[in-house]
Design a binder for this molecule. Structure first.
Ligand SMILES: [Zn+2]
Length: 470
């Protein structure tokens, strides 16, 4: 009998808020242990939670980004359990009435389970809860840091639609890209902002019901999700919901979002990364590789689109941005980083240039593309112009004039260079007449050299051919 794996993921994502979920403590990574704490997040007797409205907004925003329904009634429950990372002995979470339900994520994927190059994973729910503290184990003792306790945490539960590790990886990348670009979370894996539990069951191929479920907790990297497909041994059996004795949180009113409130959240919805990539390919005839670059970098995509809308040749604009602008920026930043590091600046505090710091206005790039299109300058001269405008912010036309880079399209002058080249290379001429047409390129090279690279190459080719055939 053949078996297939059925995989669902529970993804925990820390929300990007200034303060924690129920108190005013900072939601900040990297502080000294137990400095961002107060009686509320430490669970002292008699304290009352006050919900963080921004966390509620970001939860519903996630619902919109993941194509979910937004119920008009939601509430919080207490999930009771004893563990040293939760000093309250319960966790506030949304149980039977979550803030979002029944959505899906679509992403590029070509493996098993894909349709027309796309994978689709249904989202059961994305509900809001609070994070717990972090345990650290030393030689003979253990410590707990409650800075993370009470940080708003989103749990995104998928249906068991994943067919394997490859699809899980593609899904997680798509999900975190959406949440990151949507401003919901920084999704920094290294800071533990995204954690995954994997539910795997195995069933005979062709059957519908799910087999015994194994849950693997807290995979804290995407490669960990890949490893789950290797060998994993059972550590403990999963508790059932009744073990947690859920009951409605008595200190919190249920949530009933109004139309006005929902409209404000909806106004923050961004164009999804996949939709943006598809639109760039369709509207600007970009190849998938170029559109992928702009999908991953929103600011760069906006920069491109601002110019592409005014250009007759969006592909040329994309080439300049991806091949030249990014490379120059990276090079300049590398030098800048070295300089700052030498002055003792910490890597996290480095001030590097972005698109906003460019010395030339965006329109200069359009001017450069137009100069090449009009054959005023050759493509190699355009590289020189670009480097100069990047360094100084001078206008392309001014640089062309200053450096004398304009192409010679004056046929009289080119005829003269051609005559000189032909006279100096009788062997090439004889070869050409004997049928070796490839020598034309060598002759062209001679003419370009004589013109110091400024002759219009297309014209050179035409004139040489006419003269050789004449
Ligand atoms: Zn607190």
């Amino acid at each position: 009998m053949e078996y297939e794996a059925v995989i669902g993921l529970e993804t925990h994502v820390q929300l990007k808020t200034k303060s924690k979920m129920w108190c005013g403590c900072a939601n900040q990574y990297g502080s000294e242990p137990n400095t961002n704490v107060c009686p509320v997040c430490l669970g002292m007797p008699g304290v009352l939670p006050v919900p963080n409205e921004e966390a509620l907004r970001k939860t519903v925003l996630t619902g919109y980004l993941l194509n979910c329904e937004i119920p008009r009634y939601a509430k919080f429950d207490r999930k009771n359990y004893f563990y040293p990372d939760a000093s309250k002995n319960y966790q506030l979470t949304q149980y039977d009435k979550p803030s979002t339900a029944n959505g899906f994520v679509e992403f590029e994927f070509t493996g098993p389970g894909s349709v027309n190059g796309l994978g689709r994973v249904r989202i059961t729910r994305a509900h809001l809860e609070e994070d717990v503290g972090k345990l650290t184990h030393f030689d003979r003792t253990s410590g707990v840091d409650f800075n993370r306790a009470g940080v708003p945490l989103l749990e995104i539960v998928s249906e068991p639609d994943l067919t394997g590790a490859d699809m899980a990886y593609a899904y997680l990348n798509a999900l975190t890209e959406i949440l990151h670009q949507g401003g919901v979370s920084d999704c920094d894996m290294e800071k533990g902002m995204v954690r995954c539990d994997v539910n795997i069951s195995v069933r005979p191929v062709g059957t519908k019901e799910l087999g015994a479920k194994i849950e693997i907790k807290n995979m804290n990297s995407f490669s960990g999700v890949d490893d789950a497909a290797g060998i994993t041994e059972e550590m403990r059996t999963k508790e059932n919901a009744h073990d947690y004795r859920y009951f409605p949180e008595p200190d919190m009113m249920p949530l009933a979002p109004t139309d006005v409130w929902l409209a404000e959240v909806k106004s923050r919805v961004i164009e999804l990364p996949l939709a943006r990539k598809q639109r760039f390919m369709r509207d600007y005839q970009l190849p998938a590789g170029d559109a992928e670059v702009f999908k991953g970098n929103v600011a760069l995509g906006n920069y491109f689109e601002g110019l592409a809308q005014q250009s007759k040749n969006p592909k040329a604009v994309a080439n300049w941005i991806i091949n030249n602008l990014l490379a120059q920026l990276a090079e300049a930043n590398e030098a800048e980083a070295e300089e700052q590091a030498a002055l003792g600046v910490e890597p996290a505090d480095l001030k590097l240039s972005t698109l906003a710091d460019l010395k030339f206005p965006p329109a200069a790039l359009l001017e450069l593309v137009a100069l090449v299109e009009a054959r005023t300058i050759s493509s190699s001269a355009a590289q020189t112009v670009f480097a100069e405008m990047f360094a100084t912010g001078k206008a392309p036309a001014a640089i062309v004039q200053e450096k004398g880079l304009a192409q010679v399209s004056d046929t009289g002058a080119i005829e003269q260079f051609c005559d000189e080249a032909l006279a100096a290379n009788p062997k090439f001429v004889a070869d050409y007449k004997a049928g070796k047409v490839a020598v034309l390129n060598a002759l062209k090279g001679q003419v370009m050299k004589l013109s110091k690279g400024k002759a219009n190459p297309a014209l050179v080719g035409e004139i040489l051919e006419r003269k050789l055939k004449g």
